[in-house]
Every structure is written in structure tokens, then in C-alpha cells.
Design a protein around this ligand. Structure first.
Ligand code: PEP
Ligand code: MG
Length: 830
């Protein structure tokens, strides 16, 4: 018998029997047998029933390969009929016997005969009257008496459970949870241990750890004179298991049974190599173990359980690493809406940055800052965000946008900052001017109203939902240490600010893989200088203004180098179109005219002249670097001067400089010549030597295809898969959110390609570039720095393609480290 032929529950019970646990007699039907039952071929009922005593009551439980795939509910007390009722009344009393019979009739009527539940669920009387009522209802509805033959009852139960599993809805539901279309169902037929009787009788559930934290604790309840999982459903009446100041316990009531139960659950853990929840009954003082299932667990508990099993020598460390789904770490690293809380969902958008936060709605970055200054939590609500909103985002506790997808501005910045973020929430109607949001159900929300943004699942909730805090967890640190020991692909972080860099270090990133320098220019004092630079008429004028930005950039880089303590820092030269730094409305133009002491018309004309039809495909990235070279000159100088400065104290810094949006070899040659010249000048001026690495960001399809001729001029290629996806599909990363869900629902795209790397198309470009690049230059360092860098599937792809490292948002670094470790472990096993 194996999990693949009979399901997990059957296998578990078989092992419990072999461990000589007091499991009532059990027979398992295989997937094949159950499949035959569904198509009308019944097993021989006589030979099935022969395993059990003539008067035994039975139960049937589902046994699928994975417990998460669901399955029909268990049916208890099969075999109850009028004769048995009379016998049982003598043994356990009439009222108790009637309730056993009643429950069976109810379950049979609803789940097997598929009668209207309303006629059976609301039994007014207890005891014999209630029984009479349900038997009568059964006869009314079916025009037949309730079946009395146990063989018929059992056959019908088996048939209905087998058919329920093969129904379309059940199949779709489990396929959504990852089950294959032909997943099988096993059934377990077990003799009932009643949990009702004259002596001490009852039923309960026990586990040895807390499902939320994973900490060792005896959890569960015991309810006298009960069956199944009633003890959990009727907690107020139930007893605690271990001694508890809140009330009476099984430990006090039946100490020997409690001690046995605790010992047996511990044995299950050791032998089944898993934290188990046991279902048990006590029948006239005798303990029976009916079932064992894997303890349900939060992400935090999953980590602690896996680590503890390994530390107790029950499983090897490699297996502990495989036991934790990397994505659950996201859950642990951010505050979350309490999973037990009621959710008043206003609308759902794209879950762009995990974690949850509640605050008052604000519609502008300035309002967000004003709230922050007053110490009030606020949620920044925008159609979409732009670089001008960065300070507002820093001031807010969460961000909600109407437009955008996984790589829109709000999403990227939100993830980078660890700020909960929902984008593309187009179910809301946004009335930007009236500063109002209207939910699909008509509820109106205005500035000052409190909402909760749940960036983990994309929901926006009314009011302030109860939260649970992020876990600072020693078990997680241990697991991550083990992950780093086996991992064979590097993990760096995308970090733009000292705060990001610190987070990256805390999460043990192996350096910065992408520092987007333009974000450094949005501080109020720098923005004005930046604008002056944009308005400068001549190259010398421009250089003079840049001279003022130089010390600020230098200070930025010194700080980054210091925080990263000798780890590599890859700085991307200026990337966005210049007009992103200019105000977009008339009031802004006026302010700028005042600041620069220019006529308003000059400012307006200049802003208009900088406008582009397609700014993302226009003068940005290296194109700007070549057309307005003073900017890159200044940045290169700031990087080298900071290198000299930071190397004075500690280990020598080896900066990496990355050129964005390259599409032709000549671009690289031109920039390289100038950067080399700046390096020579700084070496001369300071009298200090240093090295640096110059690399190319591959984010246009042409750069990928021409990697062979670019590689000889560059130390590394880093794939910017956000732009590369945008350009490969010809799909705007800022607008795709509008129709992405339709596209995915209709199966045009299997997933949002901005979220999950398109391995077929974009991936092919990556492979072509990697091969051509390495052919031309075998020591070429390869990496990915687009948002995909943090997802387990992309990491698998990059590792298989021979990449040296991935770089992702700081908060995704632990997920990436674990995912990478799992790949290495799986390779070892293979
Ligand atoms: C990219 O395009 O993949 C990238 C990392 O750069 P950005 O998101 O800043 O365009
Ligand atoms: Mg890019």
C-alpha cells in the first residue's frame, strides 16, 4: 500500500497499525477500487464486511494523495438500524443511541440520498423524538423506509463518496490546488470506536504544537459523550487536554489515557517524521486512535516545525529545507491581516507587494506627508504613482492604485520598501478630482476614511482589520543558515537607498544587484538642482549645475558602500526620461519659473519640448547618456570618489557600473571610453588606485540577440526582465493591468508575464544572450535584476541557464535564498 495507490490517510493508518497503536480495525480501498465503484462496479460487500464484527458500526473517510486536495466528508455510524438502535439503547442508554442513529440518518439523507438538507438539519427534538422526526422526513422525501441492511448502507456510502470525487466541481477545485486531472481517491472503512457509553467515553483531537507559531504546546479538546470532531465544534463544553487554569482537563479526569495519548502522538511525530494531529476516542475508559493528519500550519509554524524536526534528528536538514514553501516566508516577514478575522472586502486588485496595513485615505503625496508629520497612518490612493509620489509613498503605510501591474511604479517601489501595495484595483471607480473612490457595491470612500490594504492577496478592506505582527524568528534564521550552506546561485538585492541597503544586509543579500540611481534625485533639494540642470542651455552650464549634484551623489554612494561593507554594489547609471523630473501641471510650472527665475512661457515651452509620444522608448537610459554625457560623467565621478573614500576605512570597494537600455555595441564603447577617462582622472587627482567593473543591462531584445558582440566590452550582463518583457511582448508594463486579468482568464497568457517570467519567449532571449555572451567571453558574469529575480520559478530558470546570481527586492531575498537552496537539494537527490 502506498500514498500513490491508496492515499495519505490510508498509508498513515497502516503505519499507525504497524506501530501497534490502538487503531480500530480498518480496511483501505485503493484508488482503482474507488474508481470502479464510481463507475458502478461494487466490491464484494460480504467479503468487505467480514473484516468487522456482525454488529460493528463503521465509518468511511476519504484518502487522497494530498490532504489539501479535499474530498467528500467522512460518514460515521454506518450500520445503524432499528435493531442496532434497540441493542445500543441497552448498552449506552436510549437518548445516546438515538443521537447516534439520528446523526447517521442525517448524514445519509444529505450526502448519500442527496435530499434537501433543510428537511434534516434542523431537528427540533433531541433523543427518540428527534430520531422519529428524521426517519419520518426520510420516508416523506424518498417514499421508502430508511435502508436497514448494513451492506446496502455501506455500498451506498461508498458509491456516493466515489461519485462526489469524480464530479466536475470537485475536480476543478482540486485542480486549482495543483492536483492532476486524474487524481485518485482512496476510501478508508473503519470500525467505530463510539465515544459514547456508560464508562468514561468521549472523543477529541490532539496536536503537540501551536498551528500559528509552531511552538511546542499541547493543543486540542476532549468532549465527553461525543463523536468525530465535535470537541472542536463545541469548545465551550469541551475539556482542555493538559491541565489548564481555564478549566477542567483530560489530564485531571483520566490521567493514564492522557499520558498514553501524549506519548502516542509523540511517537507518531517521530515515526511519521511529521507533526501530526491525532483524532481519538475514549470508549469506556479505553483509548483509541482513529486518525492522524498533518498539523495545519501558518508559514511561521511551517518553518519552526521543519527546523525542530531536523534538530531532533527526525529528518535531515536538506529535507527541512524542502518542507517549507518559499513563498510562505513572505507571510512571515510582513504584518498580515489576522487570518481568523472577518474581512469586509471592498474590492480586489493585483497583490503587488505583500503585507497589510490600515490607514486613512489620502489622495496626494503632499497629504500623505502631512499625515505622517502628524503621526497619522495613511494609505496613499492614486490612479497610478510616478516618481513624484515617492516621498508620499515613504510617508504612507500602504499604497493603492487604480492602474498598473506587477512592474508598475507603485508595485516596484512598494516591494522595494516593503510597503503593502495593491495595484490595478480597477473595480473601484476613481474620482480623482472629487477625491472619492466608489466600491463595486456602491460604497463611497473619501479622504480620511480608514481602509486596510492587504498586499498579500490584493484585497482592499473597509475599516481597520486586526493584524498579526511579522515574526522575528530564530527558527527562520536557522533554516536560512542551512539554505545558504547548500545554495549554489548568488542572491543579491535591488536597493536604492541606505534604508533598502540595510534591509538587504539584514536579510543577508550578497550585495546589491541593482541600485536605481534616479531615485536619489527626487528629494526636494535635489529636485530643484536637477531641474536647473535640465534647463541649462549649454554643456558647460549643465556641467556647472551637475557639479552641485556631485557631492550629494558621492555621499549617497559612500553610505551604500559603507553599509554593504565590501560586498559588491552594482550601480545603474541614470535611466528615466528627463521630463519625469519636471512638474506636469500649470501650478508646478509656475513654481518652477519662480525657482529658476525664468518667464513662465519659457518653462512651459521647455517642458513641452521634452515631452515624448513614447517616453519609455524615447530618450532615456544610455541614449540620454550619449546625448547628454555630462550626467553619466558626474555619476561615474561620484562613484569613483566614493570608492576611494569608502576604501580608506575598510576593505577596498570594487564598484560595478551598469549601463541601462543598451541596444547596440557602439553605445557600450562610447560610454566605456568616457567612464574609463573619468576613472583615470580620479586616480590622478586622488593618487589612489582602484578597480571597477562595467556591465550592461540587457533589457531590449536587440541587446539580447547581439550579446555576442557586446560581451567583449563588458564584465557582466544583467537582465532587466521588466523592460525586456515589455519590449518582447510589445506590452506596456504600466498599462497591462487593465486587461491582464481578462487575458489570463481566457488563457491567452498562462500567467501575467510581468509576474512570472515567460520562459518560452523572454526566457529564450535570456538563453540566447547567455550562450552568445559566454561564447564570446567565458568569464562573463550573468544575472537577472528584473522583478522576476525573486520568484522561485525564475530562479530555477536562471540557475539552469548558468547564471551567477539573481537580484530582487530586499524583502524577497529570504524567499530567493530558500528557493535556490531547494533547487540545489533537489539536484543532489536526483
Ligand atoms: C528592468 O527593466 O527589468 C529593470 C530592472 O529596470 P527598471 O524596472 O528600473 O526599468
Ligand atoms: Mg528597465
Amino acid at each position: 500500500m502506498s500514498v500513490a495507490t491508496h492515499g495519505g490517510r490510508a498509508k498513515c493508518l497502516q503505519r499507525l497499525v504497524r506501530m501497534e497503536m490502538p487503531v480500530p480495525r480498518t480496511v483501505a480501498l485503493s484508488f482503482d477500487a474507488v474508481h470502479r465503484v464510481a463507475s458502478g462496479v461494487m466490491p464484494d460487500m460480504t467479503s468487505l464486511l467480514v473484516h468487522f464484527g456482525a454488529t460493528a458500526l463503521l465509518c468511511v473517510r476519504p484518502s487522497s494523495e494530498e490532504p489539501d486536495w479535499g474530498g467528500p466528508g467522512a460518514v460515521l455510524n454506518i450500520g445503524m438500524n432499528d435493531t442496532h438502535y434497540a441493542d445500543l439503547s441497552d448498552q449506552i442508554g436510549r437518548a445516546a443511541a438515538a443521537s447516534v442513529y439520528t446523526r447517521f440518518v442525517q448524514a445519509y439523507a444529505i450526502h448519500v440520498a442527496r435530499l434537501d438538507p433543510d428537511a434534516f438539519e434542523h431537528v427540533i427534538e433531541d433523543g427518540p423524538e428527534g430520531l422519529a422526526q428524521v426517519l419520518h422526513a426520510y420516508e416523506e422525501e424518498t417514499e421508502e423506509t430508511f435502508p436497514q441492511d448494513p451492506a446496502v448502507q455501506l455500498a451506498e456510502v461508498l458509491r456516493s463518496m466515489a461519485r462526489a470525487w469524480e464530479g466536475t466541481t470537485a475536480r476543478l477545485l482540486r485542480q486549482a490546488k495543483g492536483a492532476p486531472a486524474d487524481a485518485g481517491l482512496g476510501l478508508v472503512v473503519q470500525e467505530m470506536a463510539l465515544g459514547m457509553g456508560h464508562g468514561e467515553s468521549g472523543s477529541g483531537v490532539i496536536q503537540l504544537v501551536d498551528s500559528r507559531t509552531g511552538q511546542p504546546r499541547i493543543i486540542g479538546r476532549y468532549l465527553r459523550q461525543s463523536q468525530g470532531r465535535e470537541a472542536l465544534d463545541r469548545r465551550e463544553e469541551a475539556l482542555f487536554l493538559a491541565r489548564d487554569p481555564r478549566g477542567p482537563s483530560l489530564e485531571e479526569l483520566v490521567p493514564e489515557a492522557f499520558a498514553d495519548l501524549k506519548r502516542m502522538t509523540g511517537q507518531m511525530r517521530a515515526k511519521l517524521r511529521e507533526e501530526m494531529q491525532a483524532e481519538f476516542t475514549i470508549e469506556n475508559g479505553v483509548l483509541h486512535i482513529l486518525d492522524g493528519v498533518r498539523v495545519a500550519r501558518s508559514g511561521q509554524a511551517a518553518v519552526r516545525i521543519a527546523v525542530q524536526l531536523a534538530e531532533d534528528g527526525i529528518i535531515p536538514r536538506d529535507e527541512a529545507l524542502l518542507r517549507v514553501e518559499p513563498r510562505v516566508l513572505n507571510e512571515m516577514l510582513h504584518r498580515q491581516v489576522d487570518p481568523g478575522a472577518k474581512r469586509d472586502v471592498l474590492a480586489t486588485g493585483i497583490a503587488a507587494s505583500p503585507g497589510a496595513a490600515a490607514g486613512k485615505i489620502v489622495f496626494t503625496a503632499a497629504d500623505a506627508q502631512a499625515h505622517a508629520a502628524r503621526g497619522e497612518a495613511c494609505v496613499l490612493v492614486r490612479r497610478e504613482t510616478s516618481p513624484e509620489d515617492i516621498r508620499g509613498m515613504h510617508a504612507a503605510v500602504a499604497v493603492l492604485t487604480e492602474r498598473g501591474g506587477m512592474t508598475s511604479h507603485a508595485a516596484v517601489i512598494g516591494r522595494g520598501m516593503g510597503l503593502p501595495c495593491v495595484v490595478g484595483a480597477s473595480d473601484f471607480r476613481f474620482h480623482a478630482r472629487r477625491q472619492m473612490l466608489v466600491a463595486p457595491d456602491g460604497r463611497e470612500l473619501r479622504a480620511g476614511d480608514v481602509i486596510t490594504v492587504d498586499g498579500t492577496n490584493g484585497q482592499v478592506l473597509a475599516g481597520e482589520a486586526p493584524m498579526i505582527e511579522a515574526a522575528e524568528d530564530d527558527a527562520l534564521n536557522t533554516l536560512m543558515g542551512w539554505a545558504d550552506e547548500v545554495r549554489d546561485i548568488g542572491v543579491r538585492a535591488n536597493a536604492d537607498t541606505p534604508g533598502d541597503a540595510q534591509t538587504a544586509r539584514n536579510f543577508k543579500a550578497q550585495g546589491i544587484g541593482l541600485c536605481r540611481t534616479e531615485h536619489m534625485f527626487f528629494d526636494a533639494d535635489r529636485l530643484t538642482v536637477m531641474r536647473e540642470m535640465i534647463f541649462a542651455d549649454t554643456s558647460p552650464d549643465r556641467a556647472a549645475v551637475l557639479e552641485r549634484l556631485l557631492p550629494m551623489q558621492r555621499a549617497d554612494f559612500i553610505e551604500l558602500f559603507r553599509i554593504m561593507q565590501g560586498q559588491p554594489v552594482c550601480i545603474r547609471l541614470f535611466d528615466p526620461p528627463l521630463h519625469e523630473f519636471l512638474p506636469s501641471d500649470r501650478a508646478g510650472h509656475r513654481e518652477l519659473a519662480e525657482a529658476l527665475d525664468l518667464p513662465l512661457s519659457d518653462v512651459t515651452r521647455r517642458v513641452e519640448a521634452l515631452g515624448e509620444y513614447n517616453p519609455m522608448l524615447g530618450m532615456r537610459g544610455v541614449r540620454l547618456g550619449i546625448t547628454v554625457p555630462e550626467i553619466y560623467d558626474m555619476q561615474a565621478r561620484a562613484i569613483f570618489e566614493a570608492t576611494v573614500e569608502a576604501s580608506r576605512e575598510g576593505e577596498p570597494v570594487v564598484p560595478e557600473i551598469m549601463i541601462p537600455l543598451v541596444s547596440a555595441r557602439r553605445e557600450v564603447e562610447l560610454v566605456k571610453t568616457r567612464v574609463d577617462a573619468v576613472a583615470a582622472a580620479v586616480r590622478n587627482e586622488t593618487g589612489r588606485d582602484f578597480t571597477y567593473r562595467l556591465g550592461v543591462m540587457v533589457e531590449t531584445p536587440r541587446a539580447a540577440l547581439r550579446a555576442g558582440e557586446i560581451a567583449p566590452h563588458t564584465a557582466f550582463l544583467s537582465f532587466g526582465t521588466n523592460d525586456l518583457t515589455q519590449m518582447t511582448y510589445g506590452l506596456s508594463r504600466d498599462d497591462a493591468g487593465r486587461f491582464m486579468s481578462t487575458y489570463v482568464q481566457q488563457g491567452v497568457f498562462p500567467e501575467d508575464p510581468f509576474h512570472t517570467l515567460d520562459q518560452d519567449g523572454v526566457g529564450e532571449l535570456l538563453t540566447i544572450a547567455a550562450t552568445r555572451g559566454r561564447d564570446a567571453r567565458p568569464d562573463l558574469v550573468l544575472s537577472i535584476c528584473g522583478e522576476h529575480g525573486g520568484s522561485p520559478e525564475s530562479i530555477a530558470f536562471c540557475r539552469a541557464a548558468g547564471f551567477d546570481y539573481v537580484s530582487c527586492s530586499p524583502f524577497r531575498v529570504p524567499v530567493a535564498r530558500l528557493a535556490a537552496a531547494q533547487l540545489a537539494v533537489r539536484d543532489k537527490i536526483r
